[in-house]
Design a binder for this molecule. Sequence first.
Ligand code: 3H9
Length: 698
Amino acid sequence: MTELTQSVRMERDGEIAVITVDNPPVNALSFHVRQGILDGMNAAAADPEIEAVVLICAGRTFIAGADITEFSKPPQPPSLQGAQDAMENCTKPVVAAIHGTALGGGLEVAMCAHFRVASPSAKFGLPEVKLGLLPGAGGTQRLPRVTGVAKALEMMTSGDPIGSGEALDCGLVDEVAPADGADALLATAVGFARRVLAEHRPLTRIRDRDDKLAVDPSVFSDFRQKIAHRTRGFLAPEYNIRCIEAAATLPFEEGIAVERKLFGEVMSGTQSKAQQYYFFAEREAAKIPDVPKDTPLLPVAKVGVLGGGTMGGGIAMNFANVGIPVTIVERDEESLQRGLGVIRKNYERSASRGSISSDDVGRRMALISGSVDKGDFHDCDLLIEAVFEDLELKKSVFAEFDAIAKPGAILASNTSALDVNAIAAATSRPESVIGTHFFSPANVMKLLEVVRGERTSHQVIASTMAVAKQINKIAVLVGVCHGFVGNRMLFMRRIEADKMLLEGATPAQIDKVIYDFGFPMGPYAMMDLAGLDIGWKAETSSSSNVREILCESGRRGQKNGRGFYTYDPDTRAATPDPEVEELIRQFGARQGVAPRTVSDQEILERCLYPMVNEGAKILDEGIAIRASDIDVVWINGYGWPVYTGGPMFWADTIGLAEVAAKINENHATLGGEHWKISPLLQRLADEGSTFQKLGARR
Ligand code: 3H9
């Protein structure tokens, strides 16, 4: 065996050279990997006893791409292209043996081999678009040559990988090993290489192929239209499409020149910086400084959910989706059957769309049992309540949980704002109590705010974070305060938006500013969707704000077709309603507010800067561990556009001095506690620093 570099080695299996990349955790293409592949290829090419080369990886995956941490540093030779050229131009057969994920630069390397074999569970993708980029190592020109233009468009603009079956069908892979596992893959690759030698198969370079490139130009315009809604605001999808157009219309080398130019443009833009930042932010969120990584986890083999309404049902589906049995308890048989019926309908809708099979519907429903007796929670490892948002009610539920649950069970509240410490104090085991704030629809939304109480044990925190990962949520650990991270910041946006309504901005104007910034919808469209009457009671309503006034005039939001907007009963299209604007104008007049023209820039700053300020207070109080956790909450829970990096990263890109100056100015002119500047934000602004530089604060 020869150590080529610290992370690449070469062995011989008779006449076959086996080059192994071993660069944990994901075999990223760090400079010593590039150097090792280049050296290995040169050595194999020069050795007369070697007749073919297998490139394989150790550990859990094939090369998962360029080393993203190197993007912010000066380039270090050798370039990836050197290693790729050595593979592609080798006169001996080169076989890439792929397991785990061949992603980005990893797949681009594999496409420079003459052949590819794969483990059955391997996945192949060019996910650069998710980092605001495009494949910059020839992938934009090679992938369409192998898969055809249509599949390349889909893969590169979604960034989603395909499995080995699909890869075999479209020619990206030449053979699939009979089973998963390193031995089976290596044996298949070596066997394949020997057959290539024995049959004198030609060594086709992907770059020389053009048999799948001929398409009607309308393919591109149709595709742009198809993805316009899903990719609104993002630059990278369009850049990826332009590269594929170049592949379809230009010779290979000219296509590569287009790729190189466009790669440089996206790489130097703010969107890719934000999206790369987000990639690491999401992974950082899983790390809890004071909870050791090796904390023993509590087993969660059975879950109980109290409440089978929209929220409870959605929560239960998450567990059934990954094979964990779940018991839903409702107050009576009728509510229970209604809730179970809704879950079944949701699954059936997914099956009719093809995202799950009809067998899956049966399997998942079989994992969900219903009951009207909380005693049936006695053998659950995790209990989650999803009852009405009322502290006294939650406390009484937890006292009951305490009496029923087995020792060591995790007792979780789905509260979106209430005091988890007060809820925990209703039990004799506050160390077992934690908040799990799911976002609606709970079976769809990726975010889970995990709320640690003062006395929540490390084991309960670690186990809840692990369960969240198991059910495919992005969990962010937060502390106790009203509204936690997400809703506490949302409240600030609402205060200013409501004030601007009285000052003369319309709901449609405010919503458009927020939508154009990149959110899926503005605050008033969102309130209409959720229902204006959530938490509203006719008996206590006192015309003290716009929402109350609208509720009093019978407006409930989308559910009755009338809210801040009027909704078409068939299409659900929203139209601004002059009656609403008149109600707002009259209310403003009663409050003594003189209407004026409010600019879009003012709307943006007054909606978003108080959120940044509140985020800084949240950080200072230790409610969030790091600024990036706040960004992860807002991107996944509320649709903050990832290409701006989230509220804290966005503020960093504007410059904290500028943000702080505006907050101080607004505090002086508009007043209000939410405009009082966070001392942390002021300090960072004075020091010319950023939230990013702060690091973890626990
Ligand atoms: C590219 O290739 C550009 C080229 O076209 C052109 C170049 C010229 N670099 O996700 P995990 C770290 S762009 C550096 O928790 P999993 C990650 O931060 C790249 N580090 O594991 C984490 O660190 P820590 C295109 C990376 O099993 C650890 O590895 N490729 C990279 O759930 C484990 O990661 C991609 O975009 C990287 N490329 O998922 C693929 N990747 O433990 C990005 C991971 O300290 N990666 N790390 O927190 C992934 O999608 C997932 O990591 C993967 C494994 C599916 C591979």
